[in-house]
Design a protein around this ligand. Structure first.
Ligand code: TYD
Length: 140
């Protein structure tokens, strides 16, 4: 993982090249939580950014397995940006990290490994509320 104090935490996973490109990620060795859910996004429309939320508890690792997109991460104090475009690099999105996704291409495929099953109550979708919670000014 890159720099401990950075918001951007990249997890490199193994890649095997023989007559294909094979990538794998497993709990403990690569993913710092038990994987409870997998989802993926395809055919997203470039002009519509996605995300704009944080989670109270859920942790996720995002892999752009085809194409590219830009991620903006925000911990309520500062923001960092990264282009995801490498299938062997996962971006860890920890609890209470506001994230926004821009510039999906037609062929972009974003694969997400998640630490929890889907729970709409785990979402913070109001940025002002997120700022208060992230900066300890409001109980979660
Ligand atoms: P959302 O997480 O807001 O998407 P994004 O972060 O890409 O903008 O989810 C979009 C919709 O899909 C929302 O109505 C919730 C629903 N959804 C599920 O029902 N289950 C899931 O596992 C996920 C990730 C989303």
């Amino acid at each position: 993982m890159r720099g401990k104090n950075n918001l951007i935490k990249i997890i490199k996973i193994p890649e095997i090249f023989d007559d294909c490109c094979l990538y794998f990620a497993q709990t403990k060795d690569h993913i710092p939580f038990s994987i409870k859910r997998v989802y993926y996004i395809t055919k997203a429309v470039t002009k519509y950014p996605r995300g704009f939320h944080a989670h109270y508890k859920n942790r996720q690792v995002l892999f752009c397995i085809q194409g590219n997109l830009e991620m903006v991460l925000d911990n309520g104090k500062r923001k960092e940006k990264i282009i995801l475009n490498k299938p062997n690099e996962g971006l860890l999105i920890d609890r209470l990290i506001w994230h926004e996704m821009y510039g999906f291409k037609k062929d972009t495929i974003l694969l997400v490994l998640s630490s929890a099953i889907f729970d709409p109550k785990d979402y913070i979708r109001d940025y002002q509320k997120f700022l208060k919670i992230a900066n300890g000014k409001q109980a979660s």
